[in-house]
Ligand binder design. Structure first.
Ligand code: FMN
Length: 485
């Protein structure tokens, strides 16, 4: 059977996500992002186009590394103003039945307990359609927003994230049994306390007693996405992630990275197909090649190099401050700024890249790696070629115009992919995890590290069921007389 390709719309609750400058286009609706109708309309469009999900990026600081301040980011609307990604999901869920929702949340600055509840709430409200993009955050300004002088060092962020995930698995998977909620009106027992337990997690970074405040949702653990490309990031992905955004300079690099990821997953006792691999996709489609080219030219003309530079300068180095022939690694080695990512493998620029080359790459949206500009046939050919050559499972569609990019895709590309058997003709599954892994796979695979806490196993000696504690027996049986009669 031909493999169907997954498509998510790459979104962010802001004006300028990654296509900088295009908010000025008269047909762009990005300025409406504060309006709930904007999100409801987006969700309906994507569900009509049978998208897998809407994927919401997020940052929790501003890009103030470029030219020494946030002025450019503010002027160009580079991810500021921006709103919370989680809060628009219930409205989109109410307007749809199948579309998935993956939202970004950082493990570095807020402790895990409250997020565990928010995620469970969203999984309940969406009926199992919630996914989480795990990030460790990269903006120095984000650190300063949460009481730190500078960023936590790169690999240390991943070490914190590992413990963060461990706490979440204990809460999501281990704290409540599936049959804990009995809702027995006659016996006056809503939840059977013998089936709920403290987790009593104590680790180097977090101390969390539990119990989890939410009852188990359909998926329990939301579908876990991640986009680490460093050694530590890939190791983290191989342990935890179910969907990974891989990178690479070209199709061959993507193929190697996907293969590497699957190999690492197997080394972690997971299946090679327990991780789905995604790439960002630039798709500019027109009814004719000329029409597509006209759109691409227009986007190029309206693109803001300053916007891209502000974006790039926020988490790395201010490229405007150096000579074009300087090698970026030399600059980083020379400056050795505390808190920054020091290992060459953690850098976003390949070894030997000069400032001039990075500028050229950063300020042009059409330099790849996956760029398809043309007719529906040409675009579908390119998508098919890439999937065959890389073993990718799907794409995050980058937007140039909202809703234009998604509308074009739904109207022109989806029918062509359907004709080739590469895109669904209807939704078959109900939860997001089933969409990725097939019907019946609503919960984590047994080999996933989160699954080990099921039924309260491996929680440790302190994690006793509530009913086993002294004095809890009465609570389990309920009061003898109604307290409100
Ligand atoms: C497609 C994609 C989406 C990403 N979305 C976000 C995001 O929304 N917020 C964020 O802080 N980082 C985001 N990142 C950055 C990653 O979380 C990560 O920091 C980056 O890929 C570098 O990985 P490394 O730290 O392992 O080197 C994204 C990366 C990719 C490739």
């Amino acid at each position: 059977m031909t493999r169907q390709i997954a498509f998510n719309l790459f979104e962010m609750n802001c004006v300028g996500h990654i296509s900088h400058g295009l908010w000025v286009h008269p047909e762009n609706n990005r300025h409406r992002f504060n309006d709930l109708d904007f999100w409801v309309e987006t969700a309906k469009l994507l569900e009509a186009g049978l998208f897998d999900s809407v994927f919401l990026a997020d940052v929790i600081g501003t890009y103030d590394g470029y030219r020494g301040g946030p002025e450019t980011a503010l002027r160009e609307a580079v991810q500021i103003p921006s709103n919370d990604p989680l809060l628009v999901i219930p409205a989109m869920a109410a307007a749809t039945r199948h579309l998935g929702f993956a939202a970004t949340f950082s493990t570095t600055y807020e402790p895990p307990f409250a997020f565990a509840r928010r995620a469970s709430t969203l999984d309940h409200l969406t009926k199992g359609r919630f996914g989480w993009n795990i990030v460790t955050s990269y903006l120095p300004n984000a650190a300063r927003n949460f009481g730190l002088a500078d960023e936590v060092e790169h690999d240390q962020r991943y070490a914190i994230a590992d413990e963060y995930l461990d706490v979440l698995y204990k809460l999501w998977e281990g704290s409540w049994d599936d049959d804990a909620v009995v809702e027995d009106r006659e016996k006056r027992v809503y939840t059977d306390p013998s089936k709920v337990r403290y987790i009593n997690h104590r680790g180097p970074h977090f101390s969390v007693a539990g119990p989890h405040l939410s009852a188990p949702s359909l998926q329990r653990t939301p579908v876990l996405f991640q986009a680490g490309s460093s050694v530590a990031g890939k190791a983290f992905a191989a342990r935890h992630a179910e969907g990974v955004f891989v990178g690479g300079r070209d199709a061959a690099a993507y193929r190697d990275n996907v293969a590497d990821l699957r190999r690492l997953a197997v080394a972690n006792g997971r299946g090679a197909d327990h991780i789905k691999a995604f790439a960002s996709a630039v798709v500019i489609v027109g009814r004719t090649a000329k029409d597509a080219q006209r759109k691409a030219d227009e986007y190029r003309r309206l693109s803001s190099a300053e916007g891209y530079l502000a974006h790039a300068g926020g988490g790395g180095i201010d490229l405007a401050a150096y000579r074009p022939d300087e090698v970026i690694d030399d600059i980083l080695a020379r400056e050795n700024r505390p808190g920054r990512d020091r290992q060459p493998s953690n850098r976003r620029h390949p070894a030997g890249t000069t400032v001039g080359e990075a500028l050229e790459r950063i300020t042009r949206f059409d330099r790849g790696p996956f760029v398809a500009i043309g007719t529906p046939m040409e675009v579908a050919d390119e998508i098919e070629r890439w999937v065959e050559g890389t073993d990718l499972d799907g794409f995050n569609l980058r937007q140039f115009l909202t809703p234009g990019t998604a509308e074009d895709f739904v109207e022109l590309v989806v029918p062509e992919l359907q004709r080739r058997g590469l895109y669904r003709r209807s939704y078959e599954e109900s939860t997001l995890r089933e969409r990725l892994f097939g019907a019946g796979n609503t919960r984590l695979f047994d080999q996933h590290p989160g699954a080990r806490y099921r039924g309260g196993a491996h929680l440790g000696g302190d994690a006793v069921p509530l009913a086993a504690r002294e004095g809890a027996a009465h609570a389990a049986a309920g009061p003898a007389t109604p307290s409100y009669a």
